[in-house]
Write a protein that binds this ligand. Sequence first.
Ligand SMILES: [Zn+2]
Length: 142
Amino acid sequence: MTVTSMPCLHLIGYSGGLEAGGQKSAGFMHEVGIASEILRASHAEAARRPGARLVAVTVRIGVLAGVDADALRFAWDVMSEQAEYDPVTLEIQIMPRRNRCQQCGCEFVTEMYSEPCPECSSDNSTLLSGDEMQLASVEVEE
Ligand SMILES: [Zn+2]
């Protein structure tokens, strides 16, 4: 048995989290929808290798995506069990918020909504990433 890591850059196209008006729904159901989308996408990725068994999944979730990692792990376990899949390890990488300075073009990690640029102190920066939900890789055993 060899374990192969298959990188993928699959954005988790989660449509169930937005209610009318574009507001994200709060609560556990949000994570259930995301877990179900990750499950679907990761099994689809693994299926590209006939006969391979999915053993682990790595997802990247931005700090601004509004996802509770513990709730997602719990939802993942419940969903996997319901679907009668073999247990698959879910690895969650929390991605920081990154801004790009509009003044000098530098990119920096920030925790605040509008932190001045570390290079030129400009307040004029835009969000680069930090709200993403992405299936980064799957590991299969064959
Ligand atoms: Zn700057």
